[in-house]
Design a protein around this ligand. Structure first.
Ligand SMILES: [Zn+2]
Ligand SMILES: [Zn+2]
Length: 344
């Protein structure tokens, strides 16, 4: 089968290759990949700025059809339309797995980074990770489930949104955009989403088209002043950091109100980050760090998609063939696309 392979460590080293179709084990399903989204972390793997184990097929935001199931798989059958959680290799026995947090299992090997991913014609996954795609969603729309589940996990599962909340979301990539919409449909009183000049190409216009209350270019607008105005000087009830940018990370702590909640999802470039620690402490902020997603995150997303409260098609600006992956990556990198989906 054709697959996009990171062949070795180092920048570049990404190419389409012929690789064997995966052999499914007893508890696994083989999925014909119908659509797989291009993620910021795929670009980072291309640039060698994200961990991975080469050689590895990359791509993790996938949707597809089951074409084969192992003899131990009872609840899925050939022809089922599915998306999948990312916890390949999770042990099922540790504290994290047993409490529904397999995303944090130490033996997990996420597809597209540490095990074979989905920019390929087929992928195999343990059947317990699968979720059913609602009938009214296309495969291309369903491929937006994974980044949306990351937003749902960090914001709904771990930080929480209440009806009176003013929610500030820093960073308007695809996850920031869907998080902003998700905060709105979860009842937030006001949602502010931020970007910078380069986001004026596609992402901030998309935020305005989605009807986000305030889509703000912080290169031009005084964000702290706006938050003050919206909250009578108190600060945001909830801040979700999705940019990974150092000034925004510091701002996440500064712009939350006393006893406010800060959710950190964006990945910064390095390990040691300066934050206003005493300010955060003496305003008694609740801070939740988050990555990946869990069962509830996926069910929430698929429910929001099924009833049209969030329409994934609004976020997908380009659909290309797997052969056109370089163009898709470039469109994403230049900020001209919101979400690019490849069809293997
Ligand atoms: Zn992703
Ligand atoms: Zn485990």
């Amino acid at each position: 089968m054709r697959a996009l392979v990171k062949t070795a460590a180092g920048p570049g080293k990404l190419e389409l290759q012929e690789v064997p179709v995966p052999q499914t084990g007893a508890d696994e399903a083989l999925i014909r990949v119908k659509a797989c989204g291009v993620c910021g972390s795929d670009l980072k793997i291309q640039d060698d700025r994200h961990p991975y184990t080469p050689p590895v097929v990359i791509g993790h935001e996938f949707a597809g059809e089951i074409v084969q199931v192992g003899e131990g798989v009872l609840s899925w059958k050939v022809g089922d339309r599915v998306v999948s959680e990312q916890h390949i290799g999770a042990c099922g026995h540790c504290r994290q797995c047993l409490t529904g947090n397999a995303f944090a299992c130490s033996s997990k090997r996420a597809p597209g980074y540490f095990s074979e991913g989905a920019f390929a014609q087929f992928i195999k996954v343990p059947a317990w990770l699968l979720h059913r795609i609602p009938d009214n969603l296309s495969y291309i729309e369903a491929a937006f489930s994974e980044p949306s589940a990351v937003a749902a996990h960090g914001m709904l599962d771990r930080t929480g949104i209440a009806p009176e909340d003013v929610v500030l979301i820093l960073g308007c990539g695809p996850i920031g955009l869907v998080a902003a919409k998700m905060a709105q449909v979860s009842g937030a009183s006001k949602v502010v989403l931020t970007g910078v000049d380069r986001d004026e190409i596609a992402r901030l216009p998309k935020a305005r088209q989605l009807g986000i209350d305030h889509a703000v270019n912080v290169s031009r607008v005084d964000l702290a002043g706006l938050v003050d105005d919206l909250t009578h000087g108190e600060g945001a009830d909830v801040v979700i950091e999705l940019s990974g940018a150092l000034p925004a990370i510091a701002q996440a702590f500064q712009l939350a109100r006393r006893l406010g909640r800060v959710g950190i999802i964006g990945q910064p470039p390095g390990d040691e980050i300066a934050i206003p620690y005493r300010q955060a402490m003496f305003r008694a902020l609740t801070v939740s760090f988050s990555y990946s997603s869990k069962y509830t995150s996926w069910e929430r997303v698929l429910s929001l998609f099924e009833r049209g409260a969030i329409q994934p098609a609004q976020f997908i600006t380009h659909v290309l063939s797997l052969e056109e992956w370089e163009r898709g990556f470039d469109l994403s990198r230049r900020g001209e696309a919101v979400k690019v989906v490849l069809e293997p």
